[in-house]
Design a binder for this molecule. Structure first.
Ligand SMILES: [Mn+2]
Length: 350
């Protein structure tokens, strides 16, 4: 095995799941999801530190790192039994070399995807979504995947600080290359003061779908997700899910580089990620911008860990249910009997 391991600190896997080597497909044959770290923050425009994101997302949990996490409500264990997950460690990315790092990431993601697993990339700053989604599109086809993007910022800048590549520009580069269609971009949670009018005009020209925080507040998150799902599944075969942790309010995710007040709650983000992974064919995912040096009491690190778990549990539930109706969050508890696993043929909640 030529596994590179971690760029920083000891070699542990996401909550103790088995290790694999992304360059050796035999080490992840029949594996549903391969987690890989991209500890790159060389594209950060403001506070750095997201290079330390992968290790804290992997390990920040008070429960044993035993490779098992039965989801109390959804009745699936996404780490063992109902889904097979392995962790390939980090990719070797030097934060001083953006283009070389992005090439490494794109090739690894494309290879994992071509070998039949869903790549789940732990960032790193948001620059990496450019190679992440490009890599997945190399397997699934240019313009064939929709991109659901949670973020305070649109990340559609053209040239920032004199560079074409950085954490404010990945979405523009993806649309320009044709990897993702502008009109199959679903952005949720935008707010604040960036980008400016010129970039917003460009986004409108691309027919991007941006659901601002104000719209989520007015219509409700579920209604907005319903609209987004309809567009995402129109003439696309799969979804790439990109979660910038700064979509959450800084009170819920302080450890990030460019915090913007007035965002989603942690609860809303977890519910949204769960719904997406249950209801849509997710073929790739990344979680980015967790910056431990700016975190407090591991609030952001814990949320990052739970976003990954909620996504995996949603994927596991979808695999179990097939493409049928999604598991209902409103399933009533059985009064006085606790909550029991739903058995086939047994009616629950009557
Ligand atoms: Mn972003």
């Amino acid at each position: 095995m030529t596994r590179y391991g971690p760029m920083f600190g000891p070699d542990y896997t996401f909550l103790g799941v088995p290790a694999c080597d992304w360059q050796t497909p035999a080490t992840y044959a029949d594996t549903d999801v391969v987690i890989v770290g991209a500890p790159f923050d060389g594209g950060t425009s403001h506070r750095p530190g997201a290079r330390f994101g992968p290790q804290v997302i992997r390990g920040t949990d008070y429960l044993p790192h035993d490779g098992s996490r039965p989801h109390m409500a959804m009745r699936v264990d996404a780490l063992t039994g109902d889904l097979t997950v392995k962790d390939a460690g980090d990719l070797e990315v030097f934060s001083g070399e953006i283009q070389r790092s992005c090439t490494v990431i794109e090739d690894a993601v494309a290879f994992i995807s071509a070998n039949g697993a869903i790549p789940l990339i732990l960032g790193g700053d948001h620059t990496i979504t450019w190679p992440d989604a490009t890599g997945v599109s190399r397997t699934h086809g240019k313009g064939r995947i929709a991109l659901i993007h949670f973020d305070a910022h649109a990340d559609t800048g053209d040239i920032e600080f004199g560079s074409l590549y950085g954490h404010g520009q990945p979405m523009r580069r993806l649309i320009e290359s044709g990897a993702v269609r502008g009109d199959r971009f679903l952005q949720l949670g935008l707010r604040g003061y960036w980008p400016g009018p010129e970039t917003l005009d460009w986004m409108a020209d691309q027919r991007m779908n941006s659901f601002h925080m104000s719209e989520i507040v007015e219509r409700g998150l579920d209604a907005v997700l319903d609209s987004a799902f309809e567009i995402a599944m129109d003439d696309c075969d799969g979804v790439f899910l990109s979660v910038d942790i700064d979509v959450c309010d800084p009170g819920h995710a302080p450890g990030t580089g460019t915090p913007e007040p007035g965002g989603l709650t942690a609860r809303q983000l977890l519910d949204a990620v769960s719904r997406i992974c249950q209801e849509l064919p997710v073929v790739g995912m990344d979680i980015v911008e967790v910056s431990p040096p700016f975190d407090h009491a591991e609030i952001t690190a814990m949320l990052g860990n739970r976003v990954v778990l909620e996504a995996l549990s949603g994927i596991a539930r979808r695999r179990k249910d097939g493409d049928g109706p999604r598991w209902k969050r409103s399933t009533p508890l059985l009064e006085g009997r606790g909550t029991r696993p739903e058995q086939p043929g047994q009616s629950v909640g009557e």
